[in-house]
Write a protein that binds this ligand. Structure first.
Ligand code: LLP
Length: 423
């Protein structure tokens, strides 16, 4: 059984390394990942035949390399992600299926790359079947199916049902099989991903849909994928999905299908958040504290250009304070609003969906302290931007007790690279 995390409002170290030392050595804002946490999460999923990491969650080359060394393969949703996987050492050997392109469209660059490397494709729209068929007739493909329902931690991360652009609608299987036939394409796998940050109730419902659609496609199938979506607790009252139970449901579905088809089927899972979220911390320095009417604002040097989840989804991240000189645990707790440096009112880490400012009870921060935004390893750095001409943060990996720089802080030159002032 996986133990639930206990969140604390004060913190002195990350994976045994002192926060002040990390901040002084690498500067702030700083993303720090604890590799041991990723290793534990990979181990939790070891019953699945294939763990396919959704690299969009945290795609730094070093993270991908370490995933690869632990036997985890990847999906890629863009030409850039295909190139990233190759750069991290993943094989393009079509037999190995280490990189699968999974998307709802081919842009021209992605289609060229997929054809060039004969990469496996998971088609999320019927048009992809024909577009691939024209360039690579006789291929094998998998289909991403929208089962007609979905669920996520936010409406914006729900990827099923009529309001979602994702996947092939579950009643269009026959039409897709005919389309595939025209190009000699064989459908060898099915995939369903109903949303990100969902729950066991919704995830379990996918098994029935998978079985129904799989029987419609028939004996050409060799793999089924449960997609991603596994939640992690961001608050004390939240829990993990019961993984043994979840595996059992999928395993039973797979076994029934294998029996009907008379051959074995591979069972894949495709998590992003579950593998990387808890490994990541965003360290920011407190630069100003001011009282605004009834609210005490603590302004730090990281903003939604570094971590966009609160402003995009009203997402809640655990937050802790590391005192610059004294242990923050000894301080009195106060209600504060944590904001960033951007010239925009929505640049607040403690907000609810809809942009309403919330307060957080934390040990009274002081200028020079560090605020740590926790569980920031999934959809953190990868969603960072250069808004307000802010350079993107550095990333550090803690491995075997050592802090290793895995991405340099951007410079002004990086910021304006490619910009042209015409004569
Ligand atoms: N597979 C597919 C096809 C996906 O679209 C996604 C996520 C995953 C797997 C991985 O889902 P996960 O296991 O991480 O839930 N930016 C949002 C999350 C967007 C998820 C997009 N697709 C957030 O910060 O919550």
């Amino acid at each position: 059984m996986i133990t639930l995390p206990s969140f604390s409002t004060s913190r002195r170290e990350i994976a045994g390394l002192e926060i002040g030392s990390l901040a002084r050595q690498f500067g702030t804002p700083l993303y720090v990942y604890d590799l041991a946490s990723i290793g534990r999460r990979i181990a939790d999923l070891s019953e699945f035949d294939v763990i396919r990491y959704a690299q969009k969650a945290c795609g730094n080359l070093a993270i991908l390399d370490r995933m690869r060394r632990r036997g985890v393969v990847v999906d890629a949703v863009s030409a850039g992600e295909i190139r990233r996987a190759i750069a991290a050492g993943y094989s393009v050997d079509p037999e190995k299926h280490e990189i699968v392109y999974t998307a709802d469209i081919f842009d021209r660059e992605a289609l060229d790359l997929v054809v060039e490397h004969s990469l496996p494709v998971n088609c999320g729209s019927p048009d992809m079947i024909s577009q691939l068929g024209e360039r690579r007739p006789g291929s094998e493909v998998t289909l991403r199916i929208n089962p007609g329902f979905g669920h996520g931690h936010s409406q914006k991360t729900n990827t099923g049902g009529e309001q979602s652009k994702h996947g092939i609608w579950h009643t269009q299987i026959d039409e897709c099989l005919r389309r595939a036939d025209q190009f000699g394409i064989t459908v060898t796998g099915l995939h369903m991903h109903i949303g990100s940050g969902t729950d066991l109730k919704h995830l379990s419902e996918v098994c029935d849909s998978m079985e129904r659609v799989a029987l419609e496609v028939g004996r050409t199938l060799k793999t089924i994928s449960a997609g991603g979506g596994l939640p992690v607790p961001y608050r004390t009252e939240e829990t993990y999905v019961d993984l043994p139970k979840y595996f059992e449901l999928w395993n039973a579905t797979r076994n029934r299908l294998s029996e009907k088809f008379g051959h074995p089927l591979t069972l894949e899972i495709e998590p992003g958040r579950y593998l990387s979220a808890e490994s990541g911390y965003l360290i920011a320095e407190v630069r100003s504290i001011k009282q605004v009417g009834g609210n005490l604002f603590v302004l730090v040097d990281a903003g939604f250009n570094d971590l966009a989840r609160p402003v995009m989804y009203g997402a809640y991240h655990p937050i802790s304070v590391a005192g610059q000189t004294v242990d923050a645990a000894d301080r009195e707790e106060v209600d504060v609003v944590i904001g960033g440096p951007l010239c925009e009112s929505g640049d607040i880490f403690t907000q609810r969906e809809g942009g309403f400012v919330d307060t957080r009870r934390l040990p009274a921060p002081q200028v020079g302290d560090w605020i740590i935004l926790e569980n920031a390893g999934a959809y953190g750095f990868v969603m960072a931007s250069n808004y307000n001409s802010k350079t993107r943060a550095a990333e550090v990996l803690i491995e075997d007790g050592q802090a290793k720089l895995i991405r340099k802080r951007e410079t002004f030159d990086d910021l304006v690279r490619g910009e042209i002032i015409p004569d």
